[in-house]
Design a protein around this ligand. Sequence first.
Ligand code: AMP
Length: 553
Amino acid sequence: MTDAPDDRTSFADLGLRPELLRALSGLGYEEPTPIQREAIAPLSQGRDLLGQAATGTGKTAAFALPVLQRMGSRTDREPYALVLVPTRELAVQVSEAVHRYGRELGARVLPIYGGQPIGRQLRVLEHGVDVVVATPGRAVDHLNRGTLKLESLQVVVLDEADEMLDMGFAEDLDTILAETPSQRQTVLFSATMPPRIDRLARQHLTDPVRITIGRERTEPGEAPRVRQSAYVVPRAHKPAALGRVLDVEAPTAAIVFCRTRDEVDQLTETLNGRGYRAESLHGGISQEQRDRVMARLRNGTADLLVATDVAARGLDVEQLTHVVNYNVPSAPESYVHRIGRVGRAGREGVAITLAEPREHGMLKTIERVTKQRIAVEKVPTIADLRARRLELTRAALHESLLEDDLEGFRVVVETLADEFDVMEVALAAVKLAHEATGAAADEEEIPDVTHRVERREQQGPRRERRPRPPSAGMTRLFVGAGRSAGIRPQDLVGAIAGEARLPGRDIGAIEIADRFSLVEVPESAAQQVISALRGASIKGRKVTVRRERDDPR
Ligand code: AMP
């Protein structure tokens, strides 16, 4: 098969500065992901953009690279770009990404989020920053203190906007955007596009470019015959999880897709350490080496090929039985394209995908687009592995018994049989044979997070997180109305802000269950909020409000 990807645009084709191209190459990125291909050029020209994309698509670089491209090196004190994100984790992650991409440009990046001492943030802001990555609550704090100045801001990015609205940040977003110049560029990314995101976009974006990842559906019949499964694994456990899955699957020949060059090299080393014969293939490998690798795979001296998409292009391996996605692919088309390498000529192939818990949404998108189910399975446990390895030893012994060359060993068994039962002798021999396969090494158990993701799915996207103690200094209140009464986070924020005069940013995490809701408020204001809400109505009805008992369910 010769792969003919519809588009082979490179980062250089997108017109990025040499400083950025060098940074990307240093990170081992070989080509833009689909969302980057579509977003980078218009954003670099200053257009507004409304993008529907989940984690795992490469959306962070899709907005960060154009910001850096337009910004260049500067020495001004006030920020050039503000990225608003729903959580502290994302603030840190996005800051790190911007920092990595903008290193050569000397980009000054500052994450600001609640819970972090404000002193350091003040010092950095005082010195001057280029890109601020903030949670909305903390950004409003800084605006009120006069420590964050947005008058010369050129770009605002709303990242994971649906999450921000779910968390009750709508009002804060309005406050922040009102402080920015009206001719600024505005970028909005959201995993879902409910009407309220549409409203937000209509209000704050001007003639935006629209991008959706995962809208096209593949035609029935296009998808190959492939058994598809996925494993949800925390990042730190991915190498071990892959090793186990491969041990159990025992592929004849497999290709493992990675995102970057470095990932390819590291994983190849890990897999070789585990006893596989793995070869790596990426854009930094010469044609000559490539031919050698392919020959080894074809004649069976290698059983695993670890590769990036770019390097695997045009590759045709008849024997391939398994395709493994070490990460969730950046777009459904890429998934379809990769798994098209197995399951040909009427044989059933196997496609395996490893996803981090936060990439679970992307798996769902792929299922929707391909109209095929991807079964989420449990990573084999140590017990599963032992059973599987014993089975392999048993099969090897079985084979040995069928061969006719055991006579030479008779004397060993006979002498031992004077002293021990023959069964005992056989057991000791099996033990030796089993250990000789190198299967004895004990490993750590990998935490099973599948059920967490599944539970989240049953309850709707953002309603996990229980039981969990409230944040420091906060008290959780029980409000006797929930989703079934049409309660949304903004209703609670509205009621609390309106009735108890508590500013929206002082309100902590909000959870909405079917029959009730939980809201975190500062301990010092809890009584005041309870009294105020008891006299008021939410969505036209009186509701119970009290401090949360241990478990209201
Ligand atoms: P995101 O969807 O922004 O969370 O990105 C998902 C992951 O893909 C991150 O680990 C990025 O470092 C990585 N990534 C983003 N763009 C590329 C690219 N063009 N090539 C390889 N990896 C990428």
